[in-house]
Design a protein around this ligand. Structure first.
Ligand SMILES: *Cc1c(COP(=O)(O)O)cnc(C)c1O
Length: 391
């Protein structure tokens, strides 16, 4: 079955559901067992689809989303958790104990860095941040006690690319697990498990939900890692609610057509920005000028609508604020992947320790939504007018 068909057909079976196209939403805490024998059976098989023991451990509604997403992303199985951050944390905690070491990419999503430094860091787990460009050179940083090599590409805010197959090869030689945050490509434009990733954690909150109204995380693993990760996710108690799971599944059905449009508009905006005299550089891996473009072309089949650009270092803060505050179509806010366009100033410098962020101009992150691209460009044009003091 091709990917587009999987997106539509996996995780639902109208024939077993009165012909109704979408699966029902099961609300559950208690799930009654018919007998002691059945109780034992269900407990022994509780991480298998179709076996239910307690609301926290999933329902048929969860199975539907998990089965669909595992099939689409090419993993063995998935588990839906309360948020993208919960997915990252549960994936990492499956492998860590006191005295262990994590190799973490320097351009990682900020709250994942916080989790390493301020949560597991308090329990005697050490983290070393590495240059996203490290490739096979990761082997020099792997220690006896390194358990996790963590990758995220393109990197949060700065869109650095990583040679994930090369990193994974070295990590596996040393017996480390490779965990990836694949939120940007949503399991569509990058196939983690074909590129050496063992465990994929992502914010379904972004593109899969797609409508800015649900928090959701998905952890997907290879067959080998499932038995470690699934109980870890359950033990943390950060389960997802059935209504949110249902909405995530609904978003998933239109994921590919939305993503393709986000990509098209994102590239249009990126190229337009690249030609602006106020812009120092555009950080979008689909542009040939991007330093990670070759890796993107080799490993990815598309780009989402999220990218950044850096202004030249000649605009006062008040002008930059006027530019951003006056946008008509772009909302300013955290998260992305919804139908609407977003714009946000950010400063990566505080979140980099391995490679210093040396750009002096203001970084601005854009999420290209599903509006008409010409309207989005016009809104940016007005923004540049305000930036230049011509408002
Ligand atoms: C938003 C985001 C997360 C966290 O997802 P939440 O659902 O907000 O917890 C993780 N990784 C990346 C790259 C993100 O952008």
């Amino acid at each position: 079955m091709k990917e587009d068909t999987k997106i539509i057909h996996k995780g639902r079976d109208p024939k077993s559901n009165h012909g109704i196209i979408n699966p029902p939403v099961y609300h559950a805490s208690t799930i009654a067992w018919g007998s002691v024998e059945e109780m034992k059976y269900r407990r022994d098989h509780r991480w298998e689809p179709g076996v239910y023991t307690y609301g926290r451990h999933g329902t048929p509604t969860h199975d539907a989303l998990e089965e669909a997403f595992a099939a689409i992303s090419g993993g063995y199985r998935s588990v839906a958790v309360a948020s993208g951050l919960a997915a990252i944390n549960a994936a990492m905690l499956a492998y860590l104990k006191q005295g262990d070491h994590i190799l973490m990419v320097d351009c990682v999503y900020g709250p994942a860095r916080n989790f390493c430094d301020n949560i597991v860091g308090r329990f005697g787990v050490e983290t070393t941040y590495y240059d996203p460009k490290i490739g096979a050179g990761i082997k020099d940083l792997i220690r006896e006690n390194t358990k996790i090599v963590y990758v995220e590409a393109p990197g949060s805010l700065t869109f650095d690319m990583q040679d994930i197959p090369a990193i994974a090869e070295e990590a596996h030689k040393a017996g480390c697990v490779v965990i990836m945050d694949d939120t940007w490509s949503a399991g569509i434009y990058f196939k983690p498990f074909e590129n050496g990733v063992d465990v994929c954690a992502m914010a379904a909150t972004k593109y899969i939900v797609g409508h800015s109204d649900v928090m959701m995380g998905l952890i997907t693993t290879t067959e080998e890692q499932w038995a470690k990760v699934r109980p870890s996710a359950a033990a943390l108690g950060a389960n997802s609610g059935p209504d949110d799971v249902y909405l995530t599944l609904r978003g998933l059905r239109t994921l590919k057509v939305r993503l393709d449009r986000h990509m098209e508009t994102g590239i249009k905006l990126a190229k337009w920005l690249q030609a602006r005299p106020e812009v120092d550089r555009v950080l979008h891996p689909a542009l040939p000028e991007h330093p990670g473009h070759d890796i993107w072309k080799r490993d990815f089949t598309g780009a989402s609508g999220l990218f950044s650009f850096v202004l030249k270092d000649e605009f006062p803060e008040s002008r930059i604020n006027a530019m951003l505050d006056g946008m008509e179509l772009y909302a300013m806010g955290a998260s992305w992947g919804g139908f609407e366009s977003l714009i946000m100033p950010a400063n990566p410098a505080g979140n980099r320790t391995a490679v210093e962020w040396t750009d002096k101009g203001q970084l601005i992150r854009i999420h290209a939504g599903l509006e008409d691209p010409e309207d989005l460009i016009e809104d940016l044009q007005q923004g540049f007018n305000r930036l230049n003091g011509n408002d």
